[in-house]
Design a protein around this ligand. Structure first.
Ligand code: 5AD
Ligand code: SF4
Length: 442
């Protein structure tokens, strides 16, 4: 029996794609190896979003090369966004790589492995959704659902439109059937994935498929028996319309959390980023969310040190972050990416300026998140148990509907929903105890 090992870099879409790679490999008789050293097939699912992702992967690739020298029969495969962005060049730069494929070509891996030809092969044209392949889920009760691939936006910093291509949505019927199947297998929480989820469905009519938009899809998934929680990532503020915001108030399973990527609080920079909204329009979206779902957690992505960012632009980002009071944020130092518009902009920001601004931003974000988190202290929250707490294995760890990590004492098993009395909060996590009252009453 042949064994595989997959190392995954990057976003949740890549995590999802890796689960599908594993499912597909198991369907052709492969089994998972605990580490690359004992694998016959060493796979990397790569990311290219920032330079750091590239360099981390290079270090892993170096190890794989040494393993192949020791055991020449080992097959090395490279999939995902980095592979897509360098294409055939991968074989010239790394001759020990046997197979390379982009995010729309995962199924070709099985073809390659079952064919007689063992010469280096690359597959880079979009052909199919990984969501249609068998899935090997990391957790029985949580599942990812790929609703679309690609992105039609042209954010000037972003490599994704060139790696994941134009937006293509999957038919709503297929998605509903997939979630129904997941629910019958015990999945209670689904996360809908796409590069721009709320643009979902716009291309369906043109492709002769029944019309559907993102709000419709949310309602149809909400109606599926057994699905207790729905999450999605990531939406674009431009397409965050009232129907989707209202859905958070109206659909029982849709969680009180919206990740709304900001990138910058300066309208001037947003324009240079080609984000298609202004500071005011973004704040207006936040106001809409707060109006319909007052308790909704709002998180974001922010880029620091985009080309041309002045102290004044940066001050606008800080003040917007203060004004919104995010429940959490991913903050990134701008990283020039090959073949993106912003990489060619003349006024790149000096590294030490980027680092200094990042420190100031993180301080504001953490202060805001800590304050926001205090609203949970004294409340009893619905928590989906994920397993033992990372810091203290005698305690449990789970997530609230607001996507807050909750560490607590209790007796529940992974996959159970429990009520937790929250006793304290930091910017990152909540702490508490399983509610005795709720357990006694069931
Ligand atoms: N440099 C830094 N951060 C980036 N992101 C995307 N491209 C870049 C880049 N070139 C960030 C954005 C996006 C998140 C997934 O990664 O904030 O929302
Ligand atoms: Fe990385 Fe973006 Fe590709 Fe995800 S879609 S793996 S974040 S480059």
């Amino acid at each position: 029996m042949k064994r595989y090992h997959v190392t995954t870099f990057g976003c949740q879409m890549n995590e999802h794609d890796s689960e599908r790679m594993k499912g597909m490999l198991e369907s052709i008789g492969y089994r998972e190896a605990p580490d690359p050293d004992s694998a016959d097939l060493i796979l990397f699912n790569t990311c290219s979003i920032r330079e750091a992702a590239d360099s981390r992967f290079m270090a892993h690739l170096g190890h794989a090369k040494r393993r192949k020298r020791e055991r020449p029969g080992v097959v090395i495969g490279v999939g995902g966004c980095w592979a897509q962005s360098v294409k055939e060049e991968v074989f010239r730069r790394f001759p020990f790589v046997d197979v390379a494929f982009g995010p729309g070509q995962v199924h070709k891996l099985a073809e390659f492995l079952t064919s007689d030809s063992l010469t280096a092969q690359g597959y880079f044209e979009f052909e199919g959704f990984t969501g249609e392949l068998p899935q090997k889920r990391a957790r029985d009760f949580q599942g990812w659902v790929q609703i679309s691939v690609g992105c039609n936006m042209v954010c000037s910093y972003c490599i994704v439109p060139s790696t994941r291509g134009r937006e293509v949505s999957r038919a709503a019927e297929d998605l509903v059937a997939e979630v129904e199947r997941m629910a019958s297998e015990g999945v209670t929480e689904v996360t809908l994935l796409g590069q721009n989820v709320n643009a979902y469905g716009r291309d369906l009519g043109k492709r002769g498929l029944p019309a559907a938009n993102f709000a419709d899809l949310l309602a149809r998934v909400d109606a599926i028996d057994g699905i207790e929680r729905i999450r999605y990532t990531s939406p674009h503020p431009q397409d965050m319309k009232e129907d989707v915001v209202r859905a958070h108030a109206e659909l029982g399973a849709l969680c009180e959390h919206i990740h709304l990527p900001l990138q910058s609080g300066s309208s001037r920079l947003l324009k240079a980023m080609r984000r298609t909204y202004t500071r005011e329009r973004y704040l207006d979206r936040v106001a809409l969310i707060r109006e319909h779902v007052p308790d909704c957690a709002i998180t974001t992505d922010i880029i620091v040190g985009f080309p041309g960012e002045t102290e004044e632009d940066f001050a606008q980002t800080l003040s917007l972050a203060e004004e919104v009071g995010y429940d959490g944020a991913f903050t990134f130092v701008y990283s020039p990416r090959r073949e993106t518009e912003a990489a060619t902009f003349p006024d790149q920001v000096a590294h030490d300026v980027k680092v200094e601004r990042m420190e100031r931003l993180v301080e504001v974000i953490q202060r805001g998140a800590r304050q926001r988190a205090q609203r949970f202290v004294g409340r009893t929250l619905d928590v989906l148990v994920e397993g033992p707490s990372r810091k203290d294995p005698t305690r449990l760890r789970g997530r609230s509907r607001h996507n807050k990590v909750v560490n607590f004492t209790g007796l529940a098993q992974a996959g159970e929903f429990v009520q937790v009395d929250v006793t304290s909060a930091t910017s990152q996590t909540l702490a508490g105890e399983e509610s005795l009252v709720a357990r006694a009453t069931g």
